[in-house]
Design a protein around this ligand. Structure first.
Ligand code: TYM
Length: 332
């Protein structure tokens, strides 16, 4: 008997990077054995950035390949395309009726987008958190494996779920929690000193599983550093902390301790540290890259997996929508 219902997704707006993996995908893989898991490719959410029709499916298909390369098993978890589950959109509409402009405008990710793309502040961006809530609540998930940047969205999901339950005096929805295996939610830093690794954080900031060895090495060797410590045990500036944090996820504790010690003695040479990081990163990424290449060519299998996921996800979503329609007062 599997324990809890788990649900999460990744937007197909680029390849999977190290941040997606350590924030989310690694948890997906770990959770699939013990839980009832729904992992989707968030291709409705990706519409906020207006992809072309040619790119929309190709990008989604690529994320499926990368899910599989990371170890997701379609026999254990339900893996599906968000746009194969239009029930989500019906729930999104219901939730939007009780989501208020003020609270949506205060969401940090919305405010960031308003700053980044003032010419494309569309209603989809504003209601991004209600669509996320619909993704999660459509399966009545209890746990949602995500990175730190999604914490506020999960808080809103709980608000919308509780509000629905209160309004209709029911217990239709559980209050889902953001989840990471190690406890704290994680934020993997990028290479350009900007804080977060991300697809839209600028060229060279993210390390992708598809990166070839030369690309990967170049990105790391170009990572932002300072001119070095001048006093023993000096506090590390942001970009140096980031390099150490990246090292922590792919290198051995001994390696990290070795460079930490050199830093504290003011003897560190960033070139050496980056060379080591590039080598350890390559060892970490190479197996993913190879599996992505292998898996990407089996079109028939990918289609079968999409069809199977669609069917399983549909069963769960249909149950919820029928119940919700009944609660609201629609004729089923
Ligand atoms: P997206 O596609 O931006 O990112 C996918 C997942 O990767 C995590 N992540 C990170 N974690 C740690 N460090 C980083 N630098 C880093 N960058 C990305 C994100 O936290 C996320 O877990 N809105 C979501 C997709 C989504 C979703 C959902 C997630 C749509 N509906 C329902 C959970 C439940 C997003 O844009 O993620």
């Amino acid at each position: 008997m599997k324990k809890e219902i788990v649900c999460s997704g990744i937007r197909p707006t680029g390849n999977i990077h190290l941040g997606n993996y350590f924030g989310a995908l690694r948890n997906f893989v770990k959770m699939q054995d013990e839980h009832d898991c729904y992992f989707f490719i968030a291709d409705y959410h990706s519409l906020t950035t207006h992809p072309t029709p040619e790119h929309l499916y190709a990008n989604a298909r690529q994320i499926l390949v990368e899910y599989l390369a990371a170890g997701l098993d379609p026999e254990k978890a339900t893996i599906y395309l968000q746009s194969d589950l239009p029930e989500t959109i019906e729930l999104y509409l219901f939730l939007n009726m009780n989501a208020y402009l003020g609270e949506l405008e205060r969401v940090t990710s919305f405010k960031d987008k308003v700053r980044q793309q003032p010419n494309n502040v569309n209603a989809g961006l504003l209601t991004y958190p209600t669509l996320m809530a619909a993704d999660i609540l459509i399966h009545k998930a209890a746990k949602v494996p995500v990175g730190k940047d999604q914490e506020q969205h999960l808080e809103m999901t709980r608000t919308f779920a509780q509000r629905f339950n209160n309004m209709y005096k029911c217990e239709a929805f559980p209050l889902p929690q953001a989840y990471n295996f190690g406890g704290e939610l994680v934020k993997i830093p990028g290479l350009n000193g900007s804080g977060k690794m991300g697809k839209s954080e600028g060229e060279g900031n993210a390390i992708f599983f598809v990166d070839e060895p030369a690309v990967l090495k170049k990105k790391i060797m170009r990572a932002k550093t300072d001119s070095g410590p001048t006093q023993p045990n000096q506090e590390k500036p942001e970009e140096i902390k980031n390099l150490f944090q990246l090292m922590k996820v792919v290198s051995t504790p001994d390696t990290v301790a070795y460079f930490d010690d050199l830093y504290n003695k003011c003897e560190i040479r960033y070139g050496d540290m980056k060379k080591q990081l590039a080598e350890d990163m390559e060892n970490f990424v190479a197996p993913f890259r190879e599996r992505i290449k292998e898996l990407g060519s089996d079109e028939a299998r990918l289609n079968r997996i999409m069809d199977m996921g669609k069917e399983k996800a549909h069963e769960s979503a249909r149950r919820t929508i029928d119940e919700v329609r009944h609660i609201i007062g629609y004729r089923n």
